[in-house]
Design a protein around this ligand. Structure first.
Ligand code: SF4
Ligand code: SF4
Length: 370
């Protein structure tokens, strides 16, 4: 973390300031992506007036970074009104979009409003694969046109690509595409379950071997080629037991298109609804929010003694969605940590993959991984 960002992170955690707020403006979308986590409900989405009040409240709470996402944000007729309001409140605004509805006029307006970045989901450089993922014919071509239009208007663009079984072999082509366009790009091998617990998207996750191959590429894994962390001895404990697992509920939160306030978009724990209760009251007093905020690494029953933690970016939301246990490991993160350790030449094994054989004495452990 650069120095100023690190200072901001620690300061906001200490002062309970929701530095980063992610708001889904709508669950409607003009694509039907096979891995999407969104769940469309029958409840009405927040209105323009409700969202403006929310933005006012969030500004008073000290928020700096604001992400508008969805669904497809450009399906909201009031998007520019909301962005204008957000910029008047001096938020640093970032949008997530598939860019299908971008026009030169919209791109110019985003630039004039000072939107920091637009993240565009791209699944392949091959239209057959991308359009199969989105279930929207012609979507790759249109999304790339949108990206180029934004770039030409002077808006920073980043192509985001979740790696799945269907596209893992193509990340180099996507990187080439981004380079030719002159835009940023990023990859994420973590496909999550849906927010209602439906685990069907998890079947799209890449295999251990595919993950190993991807992590051997320094462009995807900056740690690749660097010396491995020294594995702790069998009785050693982590040095970060008093740390928080992540910023969720401490300096970051998520508000759904229906007004539910949650610690993070990846952690579906509704702490209250901004339609019924002001933002600040939920943020400071909701029992659910306070429970998540009270958790420290030492409270995690398996991860607190895990030798593979230097290779792990455990996501508590992921652990909750995958296993129902906010205090436990996330099997997907364990898998990632194991492969990351192997790629770095470290022999450590995630604590979740160690178990006592039934007849063994209490001190012995057996590896259950290859
Ligand atoms: S680690 Fe997971 S729960 Fe925590 S902020 Fe990141 S995505 Fe959200
Ligand atoms: S590798 Fe698994 S057990 Fe170890 S810290 Fe990460 S999530 Fe926890």
């Amino acid at each position: 973390m650069p120095e100023l960002t690190e200072w901001l992170f620690h300061k906001s955690v200490a002062l309970r300031i929701p530095l980063s707020v992610h708001i889904d403006l709508t669950m409607r979308c003009n694509e039907r992506c096979i891995h999407c986590y969104r769940v469309v409900e029958q409840r009405p989405e927040l209105t323009t007036a409700e969202l403006k009040t929310l933005l006012d409240d969030v500004a008073r709470a000290g928020t700096l970074y604001l992400t508008f996402s969805g669904g497809e944000v450009f399906l909201r007729k009031d998007l520019f009104e909301l962005v204008e309001h957000a910029r008047r409140l001096h938020f640093d605004v970032r949008l997530k979009s598939n860019a299908l509805l971008i026009t030169p006029a919209k791109a110019a307006r985003l630039r004039a409003l000072g939107v920091r970045q637009v993240d565009i989901s791209i699944y392949s450089a091959d239209p057959a694969v991308h359009d199969w993922v989105t279930k929207a014919p012609g979507s790759l071509e249109r999304s790339l046109e949108g990206a180029a239009t934004l770039r030409d208007a002077g808006v920073t663009v980043k192509l985001n690509c979740p790696l799945m079984k269907q596209n893992v072999g193509q990340y180099k082509e996507i990187r080439g595409l981004a380079e030719r366009l002159g835009v940023l790009c990023g990859f994420d091998p973590m496909i999550t379950a849906k927010n209602d617990g439906d685990r069907s998207p998890v079947a799209l996750r890449i295999t251990r071997n595919e993950l190993r191959e991807a992590l051997q590429d320094p462009a995807l894994n900056p740690q690749c080629g660097k010396p491995a962390a020294v594995p702790p001895g069998p009785d050693s404990v982590r040095g970060d037991l008093d740390d928080i697992p992540c910023g969720a509920s401490h300096n970051a939160c998520y508000i759904s298109a229906y007004g539910d306030l949650m610690p993070c978009v990846a952690m579906p724990i509704a702490c209250g609804n901004v339609r019924d209760t002001p933002f600040a009251e939920i943020w400071h007093r909701s029992p659910e929010m306070l429970r998540v905020r009270s958790i420290r690494i030492r409270d995690l029953h398996t991860c607190s003694s895990c030798a593979a933690s230097p290779f792990c970016s455990r996501c508590p939301g992921q652990a909750l969605v995958e296993t129902g246990d906010l205090y436990g490991p996330s099997p997907a993160n364990c898998e990632h940590a194991l492969v990351g350790a192997q790629v770095a030449g470290s022999p450590v094994i995630p604590a979740s993959m160690l178990r006592r054989p039934p007849s063994a004495p209490h001190t012995a452990v057996a590896h259950v991984v290859d």
